[in-house]
Design a protein around this ligand. Sequence first.
Ligand code: ANZ
Length: 950
Amino acid sequence: MSEMNSAAEAAAPHRYTAAMAADIEARWQDTWEAEGTYEAPNPSGDLAGDAAVAARPKKFVMDMFPYPSGAGLHVGHPLGYIATDVFARHQRMTGHNVLHTLGFDAFGLPAEQYAVQTGTHPRVSTEANIKNMQRQLRRLGLGHDTRRSFATIDPDYYKWTQWIFLQIFNSWYDDNAQQARPIEELVAQFESGEREVPGGGAWSALSAVERAEVLGQYRLAYASDAPVNWCPGLGTVLANEEVTADGRSERGNFPVFKAKLRQWNMRITAYADRLLDDLDALDWPEAIKLQQRNWIGRSEGARLDFAVDGDDSARITVFTTRPDTLFGATYMVLAPEHGLIDSIVPAEWPEGVKKAWTGGAATPAEAVAAYRKQAQTKSDVERQTEHKDKTGVFTGAYALNPVTGKRIPVFVADYVLMGYGTGAIMAVPGQDERDWEFAEAFELPIIRTVQPPEGWEGEAFTGQGPAINSSNDEISLDGLGVAEAKAKITEWLVAKGIGEATINFRLRDWLFSRQRYWGEPFPIVYDEDGVAHALPESMLPLELPEVDDYSPRTFDPDDADTQPETPLSRNEDWVNVELDLGDGVKRYRRETNTMPNWAGSCWYELRYLDPHNTEKLVDPAIEQYWMGPREGQPHGGVDLYVGGAEHAVLHLLYARFWSKVLFDLGHVSSAEPFHKLFNQGMIQAYAFTDSRGVYVPAAEVEEQDGKFFHNGRPVKREYGKMGKSLKNAVTPDEMSAEYGADTLRLYEMAMGPLDVSRPWDTRAVVGQYRLLQRLWRNIVDESTGEVTVVDAEPDEDTLRALHKAIDGVGQDMAGMRFNTAIAKVTELNNHLTKSGGAVSRSVAEKLVLLVAPLAPHIAEELWHKLGHADSVVHQDFPVADPAYVVDESVTCVVQIKGKVKARLEVSPSISDEELEALALGDESVVAALGGAGIRKVIVRAPKLVNIVPA
Ligand code: ANZ
């Protein structure tokens, strides 16, 4: 291969080759950097530039930024980066001021684990990885405004992450105003008496500790002792979003337990309604919107109180989505963690209790204690798994069904979760499958309250139907449909003062602390009474201290009774400080948890806008310019955000929440971070295993008759991810070396529609390389290097080919259909090749402009060779002349009994039906038929119609 190349190079020293591509690409990358070609001017501030450019409509085009892993990039990673780059370049050429840059999401576990193994400081390894990735990204010719890049680990950046945390800490959600407000305004309400102090009394009468406790119930960032997901194997607590459906850690697959630990939370639940409602106006894939809606999980229903038999003070409040089924509530269930259990449990089992209800324990208290212990080891998901055997014990207590007046037993069972609704349910086996299973297992009565279809037996009926068995002296629901029955019973409950309509959300507050080293420290200190204080802005950033041991303390993964220990707590000098927070120097202890690695990605789009601002996280005028609301984007946000669908909930939900808090507090004009979201597919690859199941290098595998061999031995092929450990990773560096970055860019974009996953095929890359060689050859003489274009006007055919390409490519680029854009460029280029002879200058120039977003280096080189002094990057994208875009016509032959009777000029895209109608209406055809009927018409649009008369 290389010998052939060098022979060819000798014959054609100016052919486009990998070596030439390498030269062209390096040269233009240096020039672009030196000239700041991709710098987008701000309307003001230190990045203000050309005012005319800043006056253009803006486009903020963004990628989900990468984690700088030690393995670097493989060809799968830049798929989205190339796509946004092509899009951004096209937008630049169509009159927009385009902001496009890329930072690094650089806190996180891998660097910390590497540090634990090697003793290298995570900052050192992370910064080295960033350098390497920057080199790889630069090699791809991505048009990033590098002045705006940063990493989340930069103290200049995380200063503002900490600052935002304090904004959240120092605010509360005003339900009346439906927005966050500064916490001082709440304090003022307590002081003035406008708002009642919880627990009564005067605000001024409360101690500092009591006030802190009250405010903690309102703050949007608050510490609480609620049960959290504790993962001993990782040594840290986790957010719900980080726990898999099997109740294990997303990372490492360790068991996760419920444990009561004091942790920081974000009150994202306050925003549940707005997070749901504002989805409507976003231009996101429906699947992602649906996942967010499900995660937020709004359900409408009622809250209602059940009296406890023989205990006038106790009330069991339940949340139900089916108040209409109240007549069928034959027992109740409390979650094992429910606070009421201890007070309702009687000393002894009631007379005649069923043995199966007692769990074999001598007293209800013993039964409940044993059951609770057993439930603690199960995850919420395990507890909720359908059709698993239902377990539980009787508390010994009875409640009273408010409509039937019957005593119904109260159970403890783990299928009811403490974290949802009120942690207590009325159980209606007739209409609920889980309750039915439980009722069967514990021999509890089943009363149907909705009429099931004929022959329905042996299971709960959850569908629609008229209410039955639902009457007493005061109210009857019988005959009503589900919705009417719900409305009627709810009204009755309200009138009785024992219930109300409510809306419940599945969304939980966001657990925000981690027992890790490599994350943002909390800007929080505790005084001697344990009250949390915010550090003043002047003390930010609070930098991570140096430590000897980065590792979180991990434990036996199965030992639920362990407690986390934070790496920062081992550094007593850092932890214990004397500070003056405005009331004299005092001793404080620092918070030693760190923020989860989602924090840094919650607001990074804002910092790209104004990355060097030392006074504010972003200047309001600059934020308004790039992110503010506008026509079609009522909440503002980034114009295009591209990344993988795996971030459907976590990152995108958290970032939306932070945006809304910042919006409420008046720091930004955009209430949503990302107006348009696009999920790119994945580049996948074949991997091969030998007879031992060990991966062999995919590049060395040979195919023979559909079978695969490595060193002559058969191997098994599998299809999926690309990765180092699968020995099938191909790097962009290798591909750029072999063909040039422009070829790699074209290949990745040509593989298929951007949102579809596609298999990598190194052997196919050469196809795009040949396209660029033909493009070059159409403009440059391969032996002299001289431009071959002529000033003559192009012929009509070429004009048609050109303008059709311009029209199609422009639309495809705006619509992110880069694969079809490339097909159209190829078609035009092939037309020029086939036409032979020299290409007209005007056609060559337009072709180069069409190619520029896709293959910017070769386009820049050809543009200069064509005699231009300024960069192709800022040229206007060609505009099609409509006169040449209309389809040329095709001649259609109309035959009667095989003889040509007419010729019609028709559009090549005409349909069979249209063509048939046209042919049968043609004068000479009508004349030739002479009134004879028609037996059959055979249509082959656009060229032939054959009529068989009767
Ligand atoms: C009585 C009933 C009758 C119910 C019926 C359903 C069907 P969604 O739609 O997910 O909001 N529930 C309430 N709190 C619960 C908890 N903490 N753990 C487990 N289950 C709980 O579901 C709401 C329904 O789930 C509620 O309505 C309640 O059962 C149950 F024919 O109440 B229902």
